[in-house]
Write a protein of this length. Sequence first.
Lengths: 1130, 579
Amino acid sequence: MLLTAYYAPNRLQSWGLTKKLLRIMKITAFILLIACMQVSAKGRAQTVTISVANTSIEKVFQEVKKQTGYDFFYEENVLQGANTVSLNATKIPLEEALRLCFKNQQLTYTIIEKTVVVKKKNDDNINQLINLLTSPAMDVHGKLVNEKGEAIDGISVTIKGTDKTVVSNQKGEFSFSGVGNNATVVFTGVSIETYEVSVNGKSDLGVIALKTKVSALSEAEVVAVGYGTQRKQAVTGAVAKANLKTYEKVATTNILDLIKGTMPGVNIGAANTAGGVPGISIRGQNSISAGSSPLIVVDDVVFKGSLNDLPTNDIESFTVLKDASAAAVYGSRSSNGVILITTKKGKGYNGKPSFNVSTAYGTTSELQRMRVEDSTLYMKYMYDYRTENGLPVNAPLYTYLQPMEIANYLATPEHTPTLADPYNLFRQTGTMSNTTLSVSNQINKTSYYISGNYTRQKGVIINDMYKHYSARVNVQTDLTDWFTFGIKSYYSLNDMPASAIYGATSLGSSYYNFSPWASIKDSTGAYNQFPQTTTSFNNPFWQIPTEAYSRQNTLNGILNATIKCPWVKGLSYSFTWSNNLNWNESGSFYGLQTVNGSAVGGTGSRSYSRTYSYLTDNILRYNRTFGKHTIDATALIENEYNKSYSEGLSGKGFTNTALGTWNLGAAATQSISSGGAQTVGVGYMGRATYTFNNLYSVTGTFRRDGYSAFSANNKYADFPSVGVNWHLSNEAFMKNVKFLNNLDIRASYGSNGNQSISPYSTLALLGNSKYIFAGDGGYTVTQYISQPATNNLKWESVTGINIGVDFSILKNRISGAIDYYDKNTHDLIYAVNIPSISGFSSTLTNIGKLNNKGIEIALNTINITKKDFSWESNIAFSRNRNKLITLLGYDNNHDGKEDDIIASSLFIGKSLGSIYTYKVIGMWQQEDKDKGTIMTGMNPGTYKLLDINGDGKITSDSDRTIIGNGNPNFRWSFTNVFRYKKLSLMVYVNSIWGGNNWYLSGSNTPYNDPYNNRPDMNHPVYDYWTPTNTGAMFPRLNYNSAPANGGAQYRGVKYFDRSFIKLQKLALTYDFSDLVKNTGFKGLNVSISADNIFTYAPHWVGMDPETNNGINDGSIPSLRNVMCVLNFNF
Amino acid sequence: MKKLLIPILLLSGVIGINTSCNKTLTEVPLASYSPENSYTNKTQFESALAQIYLQIRTHMYAQTDAASNYDMLGPDVDLGNTNNAVTFTSSLFSWQLINADDGFSSKWFSRFYAWIANANTIINRADQPAAKWASDADKNAIVGEAKFLRAFSYHFLANMWGGVPLVLNETTGPKFDYVRTTQDSIWLQCEKDLQFAVQYLPTIDKLKGGRAPREAAYHLLAEVEICRKNYQAAIDAATAVINNGKSSLMTTRFGVNKSFKFSGYSYQGAAVPWGDVYWDLFQDGNFNYSEGNKETIWNIEQDGKLIGGDNTDVNASGGFFGMERWWTSAPWVLTDKNGFVSYLMDTLMGRGTGTIAPSDYAATQIWNYKGDFNNDMRNSQYNIQRVYYWTNPNSSLFGQVMRSQDCNAASQPNFAFRAAPTFKKFANTVHNLPNVYPVFQDGTSKNWHNNGRTYKDWYIMRLAETYLLRAEAYMDKGDNASAANDINVIRSRATATPVTPADVNIDVILDERARELYGEEFRINTLMRLGKFVEYLNKYNGYLLANGLKAPDKLKLLPIPNSQIQANTGAVLTQNAGY
C-alpha cells in the first residue's frame, strides 16, 4: 500500500526542503522525518487575522503560513477543484480559522506538529499515516510461531503504511523502536498467510501464531523427517507432505480418504464396508511374502492402532518418507516407506481458547448393484442349461424347477415371482455421521488441544454398522525456559461390524442365488433354511449370527520431555515414553435358526485379546549455525517392547439359547484357549546433516536394529544411508534466471529393512492337537514338532537410490517435484519348499533379488489468481516397475537359465503380478465344428485358446505364456480447486491405468462360480454363449464340464483391463465466516461433497474395477457417499 | 549450578529406566512348547504318539469333505464309479493321465513322510538324556509303538513308490540331499521295526481302542513278510494274531443294535428284527475290543460328542468322517414323473450324495461268485441296499419301489447313480441323535439327518484281513489247501459257499477282499503290492472302460512327486521308470 506522492515544484520553497529530495521522496518517509525531528509537541495557541473574499484556498494557506509559521503539506492536485474562501476574522485561533476555511470543502486537514496536512476526505492512506504520526511513539516486540508453536524466522514484519521493516530472527523474535501506538504490524512471508496485528498501545505483542500458507505452491518450509524436523531445503530424500489444507473443510471418512491420489507413489485402495480402512502401499511391491504395508508413526511413535482411530480433524500433518535415505531413520521397519503423522497442538486466538466443531452427515449407496436374473432370464437360463447339457426340454419348462419354486410358480396364474430383486432384502441406505469437537489454546508457555470424535457409519448391507468414539488430550508446557514437557494421549473405540454378520459367505453375494420363486419364509414367518428346496443353497438369513460384536479399544499415552542443554548452545535432549494398550473383544452366537447353530443346538464364542507395548526414545539433538555452516545432528537410542495376550471361550449344545454369549457355561461342550507372544526391539540411530550457505546439504544416517523375532544368528542388522541436496537456485549464477523461483536437486542412497516376521517363527516349536482313545471319556492332547528351527533367517533389506528435483517457477505459479528411484530388495524372506521327506514342506529362507524402479511427478499450478476468482491444480503421476532378478537360483531343467516358480507365478526377469496362463483368442463356433476345424476336446461356445506350440492340443507346460500383468501401468490424479469469492469447488479425478496388457484381472469370470451351470440357483446376469448368441463375451454355461457333456477339455480365463478414470470427489464449500463475524464466530464453512461419482472404465465389465469386483459370485458393491459438513469455530 | 543439576538428575533417571527396560533379544515362546522340554517323560511321548494316530485318522478318513478323501480305499480304482455329472471329483478317475505332478501321489508321499518324521522324533528322543524313564519296559513300549507306526508308513511307501529315501532320524533343519534306496531295504527296515514292536507292544486286551496292539504289528509283519517273500514268516506272524487266544471272528449278533427292529424302507408294515452279524460289525459303538468286538485289531476313534472326537463345526470343510455323505446313494433327491421329489427319510440311509457308486465289479460281479448272490451275508438286504422306495406321502407312487421310468425328465438321467446300491456299512442306522453328532433338519420332509457325517469308528485292520493275508502266504508257499481253509473261515461266517484248494488264486483272494473289506482295506496298496494295479484298473475301472482309456504300464509304481525332485537340490532323486 505504499503510496508515492510527488509535490508540486511551486510548493517547494514553502516546505523548506531541497527540490531534488522532495521529488523522489515518498510521502511516508517525509512525514516520518518530520515526526522524528520534532523533539516535542508545541502548543497551537496561535491566532490569525484573515480577511479574504473568493480567494483561492492556496492563497489563504500562504497567508496563514506567513502569520503563524505553520507549513502546509498536501499532495499534488489535492487542491484542484477546491472552493474559494471568503472569510473575515480577526485574531481568531488558528484552528478556528482553518475550520472556517475547510467548511465547504471536500477536504480535511490534520495538524502534525507545525505542519498542516491537507487531504481529501476519507483518504485512508493518509489517515493511516496520520494515525501513526499523531500517536506517541513506542518500542514494540513480539515472537512469531507457526501452528505447531515452533519459532519461525525470516518473516518480514512491517509497520503498515511505512517502510519500516524488520525480519524475525531464528527464535522468531522481532522488535521495532519508535512505532506509533496505533500502528498496525503486518507479517508477510513465503510460507505464511499475511497477518496483521494492531499495536493498541501494547509494547509486548506476545507470541503470535501465524498460519501456514494454504496455497499449494508454498509448502511449509519445515518438514517432518522422523525424530525431528528439517528445513525443506536441507532434505535430501524423497519426503512428501500432504496438503491437508485443501481438504480441511471437506467431509472425509478417514485420513486416507483425504490424501488418496494426492501424493504420487502413495497408493491407497478403496474400502467398501462400514469402518473399512483402505489398503495403503508406497512405491510398489518390495517383498514377495513379507508384506507391503508402510510403517506408520504418529507423534514420533510407531503406531499400533488402526487409522480409523485418528479423526481427520486431529491430524496436523501427514508426511511420507518414500526413499531409503529418508526412511532410514526407522531402519528395520522402513522398507515399505514411512508415514509420519502429527496430531494438533494447542493454539488459540490471542490468548482465548479456540473451539472447533466439525460435523458431517451423509448417505451411502451402492456405486452400482449386481443385476440378478429376473424370472424371464431365470427361465431362459433353465432352457439354456438344459439344452447345453443335453437334457430334455420336452416338458413345460417350469416342471424342471425345484418343488418349492414350482409351488410358487403355480400359485398365481401370471406366475408372479415371489422375489423381484433379492438384493433388496439385504440392502439398506447407508448413513454416515461424523462429529469432531475440539478446544485448544496456548496460554503463556502452555498449550493444550482437547478433542472428541463420534463417528457412526451404516453400510449398504443390513447389519453393517460401524461406530467410533475417540478422545484426545495433547498438552505441552515449558516448565522452565530449558525444559519442555508434553503429554499426548488418546483413547479410541472402534465398534466394528463383526465380519460374522455377513454369514459364512459374504452376504453381499449369496443373495445372487435366490430364485425368483424362492420361499424366503415359511407359513409361521420364520426363514426357510432352504428357500428353493435345494440344500446346496442355505438361506443367507440362516447364516447371520444371532449376536455378533467386535470392539477394538486403544489407549495410548505419549509422554515426552525436551531439555535444552544450557551449557552447549544448540544441544537438546529429549525423551519419549509411549505406552499403548490395545484390547479387542469379539464374540458371536448362532442360535437354532442358523446354519451353524441348528445342527449343534446353538454355538457361541467370545474372545478377548490385548497387546501392551511401550517404547522409549532417548534423543540428543544438536543444531547450530556457524556463519555459513549449519550442523543438524540427531542421535537416538530406542527400546521397544510388545506383549500380547489372548483368551477365547466357546461352547455349543445349549438346552436354552436365550442368553447367547452371556452364559457360555451352559453349553454341553465347552472349550477354552489362550495364547500370547512377546517381542523386544532395540535401535540405535545417528543422523547428521551439514548445510553450507543454504546451498549444499549432506545427510548421513546410520541405524542399527535388533529384534527378538529374528533368528538366533541374526538378531541385529545395520541400515546406512547418505543423501545430498543442492539448492541450485541459491547459486549466484542462477540469480539471473528470472523465471526460476526455486530449484533443488536431491540424490540419496541407502538401505532399509522389513521385519514383518511373526515372533517365534525361527524357533523350533511344538504343535498341539487333540485325539481320543476309547474308554478315556475325554481327549488326549497330542504333540509334535510343528516347525524346525531356522537359525540364519535375517532381515529382508531394500537398497536403492532416489534422485529428485524440487522446483518452482514463474513467480511460484508452477511448482512441483519429480523423483526417480531404483531399488533392490535383497534376502527376500520366502518359504522355500523343502523335500517333505523331512516331514516339513517349507522353511523360511532369505533368497533372491527384486528390483523396483519408478518415477513420480507432483505438480502444483496456480492457473488463475484474480481477486475474486482463483483456480489451482494438483497433478500427481506415478509409475512403478518391478522385476524379479533372481530367486531360488536353481536350474533344474538345465536350460542354462534360472528356473521360474510357476506355481507361485514368479518369473525370473519379469514383474511380480505376471499372469501366466492360456491366452483366450476367441470362441469356438458351430461352423468350426461343422468344418471340422475345431480343436479336439472343445465345443462350440468354449473359448478358443492359443495353441502356442501348434500341436493341436493345449498343454499346461507348453501353451501357457505370460499374457500380461495385474499391476497398474501408471496412476495419475488431477485435483482442482476453484474459488469464487467465498465459494470453493474441489474436483478430484483419480485414475489407475493399464493398457498394453497391464492391470489385467481374471476375477471377472462368472463361469468359474461354484454354482454356475446349475439351474436350481440364480445367477448374476452375464453375457453367455448360446447357439443364438454367438458373439457373447463369456463361454457357454457348462464351459467347465467335461467335453462329452458340452464343456471344454482345455479351459482358460479371459482377462479384462481394469483401467479406469474416476470422478472421485466433488466438494462445494462456502465460507460464511464474514457473515457470522459479529456473532462471535471466527469462521463458518459449509461443504457438500460426493465421492465415487462416475467411473469411466472402457474395458471392464461388471462392478467396480478399482476394487476388482466384476460379475462373479463374490462381487460386492462399492460405496458412494454424499456428505454435508458444517465446520465452525469460535 | 542448580539449573544444571536438574537435567543431570533427569538424564540419569531416564538412562536408568532404559537400561532396566533393555530386555534380551533371546526369544522364549510364551504359548508354544519347545521340543527341548517336551520329550522328557512317558506322558509326553504318549502325546507324541497320539499325534500320529490323529494324523492317520485325519489323512485317511477326515481331512476334507470330499469323495477324494477316501482315495486310498479304492473308490476310484476297481471298487467305485463316480457320477459323471458331478465334476468336482474330476481329478480322480484319470489314471490314464498319471504324471509326476499327480496330486494323489504327492499328497500321500508327503503324508507318509510326515508320520515317519514324528515317529523318528519319538524314537530318537527316547534315547536322549532329557527323556526320563521309569523302566526299560516303558521306553520299549513307546519306541515299539513308534516303530510300528513308522513301519506302517514305510510299507505304503515301499509298496506304492518302491525304494524311497530311508530316513530314520529326526530332521532338525532343512535338508536337500535325499537319495533313494531299494524297495527291499525299505521292507527290510519295516521288518526290523515290526520285529521290535511285536516284542514290546501290549496285546489287544490290554489296550484302549484306537492304539495299535501287538496284533497290529503281527498283522503288518505278515504283509511285509509276503512282500519279502518270507512266506513262512508271514504265516507265523498271521498265526500269532489268529491264535492269540483273544481274537476271533464275530459269528453271532452283538453290540448296540443286536435287537434293532425296522419297519421297512417304505415305512410301511410292522417293525421286524433287523440286521445280521456282519451288519453289527459296522454299528457305531461296536468297533472296539472293549465293546465286545473280538474281531477288531486296530481302528480309528471318532466321537461327535467329544472334543478331539472329530470336527463338529458344521461349516467345516473337513475333519469329520463323511463316508456316508460321499459313498452312499441319494435316492431322496429323485423327482417322480408327477413332479414330487422324494423325501429325505431316516430309512437307515442318511443324506448321501451319491457321488461314489459301487462299480459293476463291486456291485455285481463279485457277488455272483459261486452263485452266492442271495446267500452271501455280506450281500444281504441289511448290508447292501439295492431297492429304494418313493417316500413323499403326497406322491401317488408313495411306498412303491423306485424305477427309472417313474422319474421325471430331470431325474431320469441320474437314476442309475442316485439309486445305485448302497453299502450300508458306511451309513448310520439312526440319524436323529442330536446328543451324538450335529443334526440337520431337511426342509421338505422335516426329517432329521446328519448331513452325511457319521462319527463312527472305522477299521484300519480287522481279523478277517489277517486270515486273507495268511491265505495269501499259504498260496504263495504252494499250500492251497491251507489257503482255502483260511478263505473259508471268512466265507463260512458269511454263509457263502466254500472255495476249494483248486479255486485259490490271487484274483479269488482279491475278490474275497473286495467282498469282505469293501471300504476298509487300502485297496491301492494291496493292488500295487501284488502288481495287480494296472491290470485291475483296466479290467474294472468304470471311467477307463466307459471312455475306452488305458492305464499305462508305468503305473505299477507311483511317480516320485516332481515337487520333491525339484526341492531336493543337493542330490538327485531318481524318478520311477516311465515318468
